[in-house]
Design a protein around this ligand. Structure first.
Ligand code: CS2
Ligand code: MG
Length: 404
């Protein structure tokens, strides 16, 4: 019986910071898992190196479910982003190994493809409406058929989701402390509906549009925004309220028919149990990287399916190519796929991670290479060392810390 022979944790700053777990078996099969937790990368690297790698060596790589339960129940301390990102990386690396041994792309082990490709949405943004319209046009020319729309709120410096002058958006900034931004909910609520109505007017009724409120509103503020956006006909309105308060969505849901999405920071099925069972959203955004890997995401998506909720999995740049590939294999296979977020990675990231997944005519496809279809080029990765980077901290005008 082959055994796991080594478990290495590789940290790189190729394009941005990424943590990758590489498992190698006694018969020479290698599997990769994404262990990147934006702004807290080294905590997961240590969890894996100091507490998980020693337990993996000698184990049977084929026993994926048993290893998942061993790490989850066996730690006693359950859930949480650090633990679940570490378990995810192990789980994905084991699925990669199993599929490579079978000589099949991972989606074949998950039931085979349920669709031709996974429709992706792009991020368009602008510092004003003309810049936003240009950004939407550019993404439509690239082939995207669904667009997330964010724009700078007049009077609010550094609005969430707005790229600096055409450059790709990346919220984490390098340095020894987070950048601090200022937030004004009133200004946002006066601006956002007008901005989204203007986009709808300019681009016509058929283009699927999305918008992210990034956890900043109270239930009544969120309900009133969702209601005012009904005529815009969004594909979804994302993260209207802070996500750990699952029942906050009840008021929003009962007040409006605007479709809702939430979940990129959730990391277990228990965190979305109420949201799903009460049908409080239309799309659930948990990621393979942060919510327990393929093994656990499959359960969450099966529960979601029961309640008519579809997958809209997180795909920001801090999901590495390894994490994105894992997401796409699952997305291609499950019956209740909705749409996949896509923020292309930086050239240095693409150099370090060769991947079989493709983007064509607005769709992502995981490709047909065995396993995940991702190879890590250690030399290219090592050219870019890790450097501390943080997500911003958000404050109100009077200095109170607010949700970012
Ligand atoms: C976002 C992310 O993709 C999204 O919808 O909310 O940009 C998020 O802010 C980052 O992934 C944080 O790591
Ligand atoms: Mg988001």
């Amino acid at each position: 019986m082959p055994a796991i022979e080594s478990a290495e944790v590789l940290v790189t700053g190729a394009g941005r910071n990424f943590v990758t777990l590489r498992l190698r078996t006694s018969d020479g099969v290698v599997g990769l898992g994404d262990a990147t937790l934006n702004g807290r990368e080294l905590a997961v690297a240590s969890y894996l190196r100091d507490h998980v790698a020693p337990l993996l060596v000698g184990r049977d790589p084929a026993r994926i479910e048993d290893t998942w339960q061993y790490l989850y129940r066996g730690a006693y301390w359950r859930r949480g982003p650090v633990t679940m990102t570490a378990i995810s990386a192990v789980d994905v690396a084991l699925w990669d190994i199993k599929a490579r041994v079978a000589g099949l792309p991972l989606y074949q082990l998950l039931g085979g493809s349920s669709r031709l490709g996974c429709r992706a949405y792009a991020h368009a943004s602008g510092r004003d409406l003309p810049e936003l319209f240009d950004s939407i046009r550019r993404h439509l020319e690239l082939g995207y058929r669904a667009i997330r729309v964010q724009a700078a709120v007049p009077g609010v410096e550094a609005t969430y989701g707005v790229a600096p002058g055409g450059a790709p958006y990346e919220p984490a900034t390098r340095g020894t402390a987070p950048v601090e931004s200022r937030w004004d909910t009133g200004a946002y609520l006066r601006f956002a509906p007008a901005m989204l109505h203007a986009v709808r007017e300019e681009f016509g009724p058929a283009l699927p549009l999305l918008h992210d409120a990034h956890h900043r509103l109270s239930p009544s503020e969120a309900a009133s925004l969702a209601r005012s956006l009904e005529p815009v006909g969004l594909l979804w309105l994302e993260d209207v309220t802070p996500v750990e308060d699952q029942t906050a969505l009840r008021l929003v849901r009962s007040s409006s028919t605007t479709p809702l999405a939430i979940g990129e920071t959730l990391n277990s099925i228990w965190d979305c149990q109420v949201i799903l069972a009460e049908r409080l959203v239309d799309y659930i955004r948990v990621s393979v990287t942060h919510a327990g890997g393929i093994t656990h995401l499959r359960r969450i998506m099966a529960l979601a399916e029961l309640y008519g909720v579809r997958a809209g999995m997180h795909g920001a740049t801090d999901i590495s190519p390894v994490g994105l590939a894992a997401t796409l294999h699952l997305a291609l296979a499950i019956p209740n796929f909705g749409i996949q977020e896509h923020m292309p990675h930086a050239p240095a990231t693409e150099d370090a991670f060769a991947h079989a997944y493709t983007f064509e005519n607005g769709d992502l496809h995981p490709g047909d290479a065995p396993g995940l279809g991702v190879e890590l080029d250690e030399v290219a990765a090592a050219r870019h060392p890790y450097a501390a980077a943080y997500l911003p901290v958000n404050r109100l005008a009077d200095g109170t810390v607010h949700d970012w």
